[in-house]
Design a binder for this molecule. Structure first.
Ligand SMILES: C[C@H](O)[C@H](O)CC(=O)C(=O)O
Ligand SMILES: [Mg+2]
Length: 397
C-alpha cells in the first residue's frame, strides 16, 4: 500500500512567447534564427513556404505546461509542445484519470490516458498531451520520494552525458567541445540538382572546417523522397557524413526500409523524432528501418512509454538517442546502455554558443560544458518552472 499523498489537481497552461525564445516549442523563434532559415521540409515544394517554417505554421501550437499537485501541496510539472489544443485535452479529458489517484500508478494512468483517447488519438497532438502529463507525473513522484527521475529509472550507468550539437555551425560546435554537429539540410527535391549541389557544398565546407574525425550529420526533417535521399547519402558518404536523419515521411516505413538497404555501408540511417508509442517504434524496429531511433520523450508518450520503446530497441541492438527535450531526455539517457550519447539543440540564433534549450521556461536547466554534463540529482527532473513568464490557463475547471 502506497503512503504517497493522492493527486489533488491537474492544471494545463499555455505560454505566450515573449520574444526571448520559444522554450519547449523551440521552432517559435524570431527572424534571423538559424532554425528558420530556408530549411528543407515537406512543404518546400510550395515556393511560398520554402524560406520559413513559420510561414506554414510550424509554431502555431506553442508550449504546454502541465502541473500536477498532490494533496500535501507538492507540485510536479513538465513542459512540452501542444499549446491550447493540448491544454484542452489535458483538462477536459486526461485529468480525470489522475485526480484522486495515487501518483505511483504511472502504468495504469498511462494506459487509461492512451486507450480513452485512442479513437481520436494514437499519435501527434494527443500523445504530446499524454507525454506532458506523464512527465509531470514522474516529476511529482520524484519530488514526493525526494529522488531524481534517473534514480527511479534504475540509476545512472555513466557519470556524465556526452553530446553532439544540432545547429547550422558544426565548426562552432567542435570548438565548444561537442562530439559532432548535425546540420539542417537546406534544400529539398524541389530545388533540383542545384539544391543538391548546394547541400553537398555546405557539407564539404563544414568537413574542411571541422577535420576528418568530427561527426557530421544531416537532419532532413521529413523533406526528401527515396531517390533523392539515396543520392544524397551516396554523395555525402564521400564527405564522411555519419548519418542521414529523418529523410522521409514518418509514415513511409517501407521507404526507410529501402533507404537503410541502399545507404552506403557505414552510413547510419536515423529516424523516429515524429514517431510515437511502442507500436510505432515496433514498426521501425521490426521492419529494420534504421540504425538509431530518436524518440522525443515529450512527444512519444513520455517516460512511461520510452521505457518500453528503449527496451525493444536494446533487444535488437539498435541505439536510442532521443530527440531534444532537455532534462526530460537527460534523465533517461543516463540510465541506458543503448543511449551512449545525447543531442543538444543549439538555440542561440547563430548556433554559435550554448544557451539553455527550453529558455526561458525552466529555471536551473543544465547545459553541457565542453560537450559534457553531469545530470543534476535534485528531486524529479531537477528544474523549476519560471513563473515570471506569461502563463495562461485557458480551460481552468
Ligand atoms: C534542425 C531540424 O530541422 C529540427 O529543427 C530539429 C531536429 O529535427 C532535431 O533536433 O533533430
Ligand atoms: Mg531531427
Amino acid at each position: 500500500m502506497s503512503r504517497l499523498p493522492k493527486i489533488k489537481h491537474v492544471r494545463a497552461f499555455v505560454v505566450k512567447n515573449d520574444g526571448t525564445g520559444g522554450g519547449a516549442d523551440y521552432h517559435d523563434q524570431g527572424d534571423g534564427h538559424w532554425i528558420d532559415d530556408h530549411i528543407a521540409t515537406p512543404m518546400a515544394k510550395y515556393p511560398e513556404y520554402r524560406q520559413s517554417r513559420r510561414s506554414f505554421g510550424i509554431n502555431v501550437l506553442g508550449t504546454l505546461v502541465v502541473e500536477i499537485e498532490a494533496e500535501n501541496g507538492v507540485v510536479g510539472f513538465a513542459v512540452t509542445t501542444g499549446g491550447e489544443p493540448a491544454a484542452y485535452i489535458v483538462e477536459k479529458h486526461l485529468a480525470r484519470f489522475l485526480e484522486g489517484r495515487d501518483p505511483s500508478e504511472v502504468e495504469k494512468i498511462w494506459d487509461q490516458m492512451y486507450f480513452s483517447t485512442q479513437y481520436y488519438g494514437r499519435k501527434g497532438l494527443v500523445v504530446n498531451a499524454i507525454s506532458g502529463v506523464d512527465l509531470a507525473l514522474w516529476d511529482l513522484l520524484g519530488r514526493l520520494r525526494q529522488e531524481p527521475v534517473f534514480a527511479m529509472l534504475g540509476g545512472a550507468v555513466r557519470d556524465e552525458l556526452t553530446f553532439y550539437a544540432t545547429g547550422a555551425r558544426p565548426d562552432k560546435a567542435k570548438e565548444l567541445g561537442f562530439i559532432g554537429g548535425k546540420m539542417p539540410l537546406h534544400h529539398g527535391p524541389a530545388e533540383g540538382e542545384d539544391g543538391l549541389h548546394k547541400n553537398l557544398a555546405e557539407l564539404e565546407a563544414m568537413r574542411n572546417a571541422c577535420g576528418d574525425d568530427f561527426w557530421l550529420m544531416f537532419d532532413c526533417w521529413m523533406a526528401l523522397d527515396l531517390n533523392y535521399a539515396t543520392r544524397l547519402a551516396q554523395e555525402a558518404h564521400k564527405l564522411g557524413l555519419k548519418w542521414i536523419e529523418e529523410a522521409l515521411s514518418p509514415d513511409d516505413y517501407w521507404g526507410y526500409q529501402a533507404l537503410k538497404k541502399k545507404a552506403p555501408k557505414g552510413m547510419l540511417v536515423t529516424t523516429g523524432e515524429h514517431e510515437a508509442t511502442r507500436w510505432g517504434f515496433r514498426m521501425l524496429l521490426e521492419m529494420e528501418c534504421c540504425d538509431i531511433i530518436q524518440p522525443d520523450v515529450g512527444w512519444c508518450g513520455g517516460v512511461t512509454e520510452l521505457i518500453k520503446i528503449s527496451a525493444m530497441a536494446d533487444a535488437k541492438s539498435v541505439l536510442m538517442i532521443p530527440h531534444g527535450s532537455s532534462v526530460y531526455s537527460y534523465h533517461f539517457v543516463v540510465t541506458r546502455h543503448n543511449s551512449p550519447f545525447a543531442e543538444f539543440l543549439m538555440m542561440a540564433p547563430g548556433a554559435d554558443e550554448v544557451v539553455p534549450m527550453f529558455h526561458p521556461q525552466l529555471i536551473g536547466e543544465p547545459v553541457p560544458v565542453n560537450g559534457r554534463l553531469k545530470v543534476p540529482d535534485a528531486p524529479g527532473f531537477g528544474v523549476e518552472l519560471n513563473r515570471d513568464i506569461a502563463l495562461h490557463r485557458p480551460y481552468a475547471r
